[in-house]
Design a protein around this ligand. Structure first.
Ligand SMILES: [Zn+2]
Length: 433
């Protein structure tokens, strides 16, 4: 297995931290000078860039949130004049205006290199044919992986999202070896292949890089067993850079986070206090190399933990655990914290279960009630009521034993849970209404 950028991926910890501090100080000086939002935030907090003398001082700085980005729509958070920006992306907001991010020529180069590291860690080389089934457009996923794959010399097929049967035809004819898409789309592809009578083993596919939505270990096993590939996870978000923040090595024991470019912190999402290494909490990221769109202590809303112990692969940089969900998605059901990913894990472990499910939460009196809806498939079709009941009880029992909450499990008609080729709607919370 190879390492794309050993200088930065295998740096001794002391050197990483020294580099981070130097880059952090330079970044703070720059944003204080050229981004009004940061200057105001720092001034309000009574802190100046000179006050940051060690990495621990980072905790004194105010957070940046998606609201800051919205308030400064579209270009207010840019640290360079627009003439130096060569690319603009944005992330779709479900409510209100999208958030807009920009890249200078250097930013694009850095980004491509970081994604090159992700691809290399996943085992992709210049011999691979990479099919990108993320939607091309304002979303950073497709372009990020595209540039990264070109950087390491792989052959890129810019297929974009959707058009499932054509995706499969291209895979067959162009001998795709690496697939890039969302994990739920990988399942869609596997199901369609089964329907079309195509044996995934007859394809050249070896590796998958899946991201842009949280997914469980059980879903990984499901994808690996159905597509006969090595399924890897990687992490990124457009506000920080897009894909290229972190990626798994062959040991799949967390995603190596590129610390020469980003400083990660884990905070308690309620109190905002920084938690010690190993704690589960919300990931906060600070960028260290970005010119056009630096981010200081950006609250990602993603829940994970950090592991600084040594990895077998030789990389010295920290690993972040697979994200468990968004802090916004964290459901509190009768006082218990529940992530949809935990329910997903239970469902995948039950062999008959396809991953199409939805959680519906409502209130009965003062009591939270959780319903888990599962779509009927050929595997979960029971003509006998008794068998059906036994199945539903078994699922409820497993949820109770693994999560400590009671849920009523219901079967729903096939294709009634809304989904698009990318993300599935997993939660309906009727408690506020
Ligand atoms: Zn590793």
């Amino acid at each position: 297995m190879q390492i794309w950028d050993p200088t930065y991926e295998c740096m001794p910890r002391e050197e990483i931290e020294q580099l981070q501090l130097e880059r952090l100080q330079a970044t703070l000086n720059r944003v204080h000078k050229s981004v009004t939002c940061y200057r105001k935030k720092f001034d309000n907090a009574g802190i100046s860039p000179e006050d940051v003398q060690c990495l621990a001082d980072l905790a004194k700085l105010p957070f940046t949130t998606k609201d800051d980005l919205r308030l400064n729509y579209p270009y207010g958070m840019f640290a360079v004049p627009l003439r130096e920006v060569v690319r603009i992306h944005s992330s779709s907001g479900t409510t209100g205006k999208p958030t807009v991010v920009g890249y200078t020529r250097n930013d694009i180069k850095m980004w491509s290199n970081l994604v090159g590291r992700v691809l290399t860690a996943a085992g992709v080389t210049h011999d691979d044919v990479v099919q990108i089934a993320f939607g091309y457009g304002m979303f950073t996923g497709a372009f990020g992986l595209h540039y990264g794959a070109e950087t390491i010399g792989a052959s890129v097929i810019p297929m974009s999202a959707g058009n499932t049967e054509k995706q499969i035809m291209i895979m067959q004819d162009y001998k795709t070896t690496a697939l890039v898409c969302t994990p739920s789309y990988a399942i869609t592809l596997a199901s369609r292949m089964e329907k079309m009578g195509i044996d995934p083993k007859s394809l050249s596919l070896k590796t998958g890089l899946f991201g842009a939505e949280p997914w469980s270990e059980a879903m990984r096993r499901e994808i690996e067993n159905r597509l006969f590939i090595n399924a890897t996870d990687n992490y990124g978000l457009s506000e920080i850079i897009g894909p290229g923040v972190a990626g798994e090595c062959e040991y799949k024991c967390g995603m190596h986070l590129f610390e020469d470019a980003f400083i990660p912190e884990i905070i308690d999402p309620e109190t905002c206090e920084v938690l010690p290494p190993g704690s589960v909490g919300e990931l906060v990221l600070t960028t260290l190399t970005k010119e056009a769109f630096p981010m200081i202590r950006y609250r990602t809303r993603d829940i994970t933990s950090l592991d600084y112990s040594k990895c077998e692969c030789g990389r010295t940089i920290v690993r972040m655990r697979k994200t468990m969900g968004r802090s916004d998605d964290m459901l509190i059901i009768r006082g218990v914290n529940v992530f949809p990913s935990q329910i997903e894990e239970v469902l995948f472990d039950i062999e008959e279960c396809e991953p199409h499910y939805q959680l519906v939460i409502s209130k009965e009196g003062a009591m939270d009630v959780l319903e888990v809806h599962i779509e009927v498939t050929e595997n979960i079709f029971f003509d006998e009521m008794k068998k059906q009941r036994a199945f539903l009880e078994m699922v409820a029992k497993r949820i109770h034993s693994q999560l400590g909450i009671s849920a009523s499990v219901k079967l729903v008609e096939p294709n009634t849970i809304p989904r698009h080729e990318g993300k599935a709607v997993r939660i309906i919370d009727n408690r506020q209404k």
